[in-house]
Design a protein. Structure first.
Length: 294
């Protein structure tokens, strides 16, 4: 990742430093603060610029690739393959997938967002409701998933909740920033008035849930946040925390694409229900239904 200083970012964007600080103070530009200095990820600036391009009336955005990005999921991978939809998958995490989707790099993004303050908020719906660059998208239910703490067989540390993880100094395999599981972990800590620095985090971050399971099986970590099917498939134990919505974001104009329709129709098949039951921790009763349309 290339990080630009304030001077470099202002030069790159061809604006004055004063204007750049105004954008920072209004949270209108992607940036991060490290040791008291503002830094600007160049890749994020490029996406921010692309997202603000004004197109002439009638000019359609670039056609997206036939890829479902966003969050990783075992059942999703299987369904994409078995539906013979021709859709590929690019698991990078919920927020990363949404960013690619907004830039028209993906035909759909799989998300499971979590609100920092209020667990009753449907964060997936709020993302479409509040983000202007998703105004022409629909939220399609894929499944409800059981999220929790994945631990070694027989739970040797006796971890029952996030408080135990903190108090017992358990080594935690974490996900990258913006991943749905990481958002859930941050929310659990925030609601207890704690930060990530209270945890003993294992580096580097695990790209997917199965990578968290591998870190635990290898003895590099004691636990991590993932969905139940990850624990079951790896022969690990699982401490349930919450059932979450795992959804797909699709542009309305792409909904009737042949590839997406093949995939969405498959979600209602008996094979889908059977596979969900075999993997464990899924509820696919509403799979394929429109959960929200702005």
């Amino acid at each position: 990742m290339t990080l630009l200083t304030t001077i470099e970012a202002a030069s790159y964007l061809r604006v004055k430093e004063r204007k750049l600080y105004e954008l920072v103070s209004s949270s209108a530009i992607p940036c991060t603060k490290i040791t008291g200095r503002w830094l600007f990820p160049k890749d994020e600036l490029d996406r921010w610029l692309a997202g603000s391009v004004v197109r002439p009336n009638g000019m359609a955005p670039a056609d997206p690739m036939p890829i479902v990005g966003g969050s990783h999921d075992l059942l999703l991978e299987w369904a994409l393959r078995e539906s013979r939809s021709g859709l590929a998958t690019l698991p990078e995490g919920s927020e990363a997938g949404l960013n690619r989707f907004i830039q028209s790099e993906l035909v759909a993004a799989a998300i499971h967002l979590h609100a920092l303050h209020d667990e009753s908020v449907d964060a997936n719906v709020e993302a479409l409701r509040t983000r202007s660059n998703l105004h022409d998208s629909v939220l399609i239910a894929f499944a409800r998933r059981e999220q929790g703490i994945v631990v070694a067989p027989r739970n040797p540390l006796g971890l029952n909740d996030i408080d135990d993880v903190v108090q017992k100094g358990a080594r935690v395999a974490v996900r990258p920033p913006g991943a749905g599981a990481q958002l859930l972990l941050q929310a659990l800590l925030h609601r207890r008035k704690m930060d990530l620095d209270r945890l003993v985090c294992v580096n580097p971050p695990s790209p997917t849930g199965p990578d968290i399971a591998q870190a635990i099986r290898a003895g590099r970590a004691d636990c991590g946040i993932a969905f139940r099917a990850v624990a079951l498939s790896a022969g690990l134990d699982f401490v349930p925390i919450v059932w979450e919505h795992f959804d797909l974001v699709i542009r309305q104009r792409h909904y009737f694409r042949r590839s997406l329709q093949a995939f969405l129709n498959f979600l209602r098949s008996p094979a889908m229900s059977q596979r969900a039951q075999e993997l464990g921790g899924y509820d696919v009763a509403e799979a394929g239904a429109v959960r929200f349309a702005p």
